[in-house]
Design a protein around this ligand. Structure first.
Ligand code: ADP
Ligand code: MG
Length: 417
């Protein structure tokens, strides 16, 4: 029983980073009203750190003595976890640092990872303070799972790491344009969507990807494949109890940045793996063995797209895009898969609205919309042709231009149900 196992390991030492400006600006009040007592009653000692500005958490985590902490937990939106993950992967000891168990308490306006772990726990959908309480309980249980991360390459900025999404077009525009309504909480996405729908436009570009399996659009097949792979793994990726001291055992590392040599279903040629290594070797973080430099043509095992008009491109690695948007219903924490969705130009406003409304329950894939494509990939490259635009990573704006991504299976650790 997970509860017993984690209780045996108490107390674990938790750093709780709270962003007082996130969401409606109520994260501290939510902490005082719900979380403080919950953690105390569960016997989880924690040190509260109130973030003072953007990148404060990133810098703090980059410099921290991680031997002092058994878990780093954020209470904010997804933006603060994005900082923590990137801070950990900027460290010279990244390989060790990224195994620090992370946790999320929803206090922002975009709480997609919190909604995802609540969904994975099997509980029925909730939002707002109910979601916070649910995540508080999951945190107190202290079960640690692996979580996929995706490395993101842009043409002229350092490599980034993403735990949630890469978006271009409609969804990226809504996310950023609606930031000005942050004070109204998650409703900002609904308002932003209606505004954007009224001025619907298309985005020209090229989208290419490396399929995850032999074009398996059949969910059953893919699940079976993944189960087989899980069974073949040297170490299981399922939940483990939170250790009193973080395990620093390198031997159980089997994440996908070794995928050139691993037993997954991809037939990646060794030459391609090695030729890309020089691109990232000098910096901390895992090697991207599936990617070539952005200005080079793609390997022959990729599906290479032609220039066309899109309404949106959305790459998801967890189930929820927002508290009430179940964008990738069959995604799991560490399936090692990028769930790629795109909508081609030509879709009517009403059909797009229907899709977005269906997404609330994860029913958009069942609408059989001819313009929506869903495919499972390990890596992708997007080359936008429109001169200006918005690309987001985990809901944060990044440099606009060509971008490519590769999934690293189970690279991080997350306290989840
Ligand atoms: P939300 O879901 O409300 O957007 P986020 O967690 O995404 O919440 O936080 C939004 C941004 O606020 C992040 O980019 C983070 O770096 C920044 N931030 C953190 N602490 C502060 C602070 N004290 N004042 C202003 N911004 C902050
Ligand atoms: Mg945010």
């Amino acid at each position: 029983d997970g509860l017993l196992m984690s209780e045996l390991c108490r107390p674990f030492r938790m750093m709780l980073l709270v962003n007082p400006q996130s969401g409606k600006g109520q994260a501290l009040a939510l902490y005082n009203n719900h979380i403080q007592r919950m953690l105390n009653e569960a016997g989880v000692p924690h040190t509260l750190v109130i973030t003072e500005r953007q990148n404060h958490a990133r810098e703090l985590v980059r410099e921290a003595d991680l031997s002092q902490w058994d878990a780093l937990v954020i209470m904010s939106g997804d933006g603060l976890l994005y900082e923590v993950i990137n801070g950990l992967l900027e460290r010279p000891d990244w390989e060790d640092a990224i195994r620090t168990p992370l946790g999320v308490l929803p206090g922002g306006s975009g709480n997609a990872l919190a909604a995802s772990i609540h969904h994975y726990s099997g509980a029925s959908p909730v939002s707002g303070e109910e979601l916070l309480v649910s995540c508080g309980f999951l945190l107190c249980k202290g079960l640690v799972s692996r979580m996929d991360l995706v490395s993101i390459h842009l043409s002229s900025s350092p490599r980034l790491f993403s735990f949630l999404s890469l978006a271009w077009g409609f969804i990226a525009d809504v996310d950023i344009e609606s930031e000005k309504y942050r004070h109204i909480g998650a409703v900002r996405f609904t308002i932003g969507t209606l505004v954007r729908l009224a001025s619907l436009r298309v985005y020209r570009g090229k989208l290419s990807y490396l399929p995850a399996a032999e074009d398996s659009t059949n969910k059953g097949d893919l699940r079976n494949n993944m189960m087989l792979r899980c069974n073949n793994q040297a170490s299981p990726s399922g939940p483990a109890s939170l250790p009193c001291r973080p395990s620093r055992d390198f031997s159980h590392q089997n994440t996908s940045y070794n995928s050139c040599h691993s037993n997954n279903s991809l037939n990646v040629r060794r030459t391609e793996c090695t030729s890309s290594r020089s691109a990232t070797n000098a910096l901390p973080g895992p090697t991207d063995s599936l990617l070539l430099p952005l200005d080079q043509p793609l390997p022959s095992d990729w599906v290479v797209g032609q220039e066309e008009d899109f309404v949106l491109m959305l790459a998801m690695y967890q189930s929820h895009l927002a508290e009430d948007l179940l964008a990738a219903p069959d995604a799991t924490l560490d399936d090692g898969i990028i769930h790629l969705f795109y909508i081609k130009a030509g879709i009517s406003r009403i059909a797009l609205l229907r899709l977005l409304l269906a997404m609330e329950k994860g029913a958009h894939l069942a609408t059989n919309c001819q313009h929506l494509v869903h495919t499972k990939v390990r890596a992708l490259r997007l080359e936008p042709c429109s001169p200006k635009g918005i690309i987001t990573v985990d809901g944060e704006v990044v440099q606009y231009g060509p971008v490519q991504a590769e999934v690293h299976r189970g690279l991080a650790r997350l306290i989840s149900g």
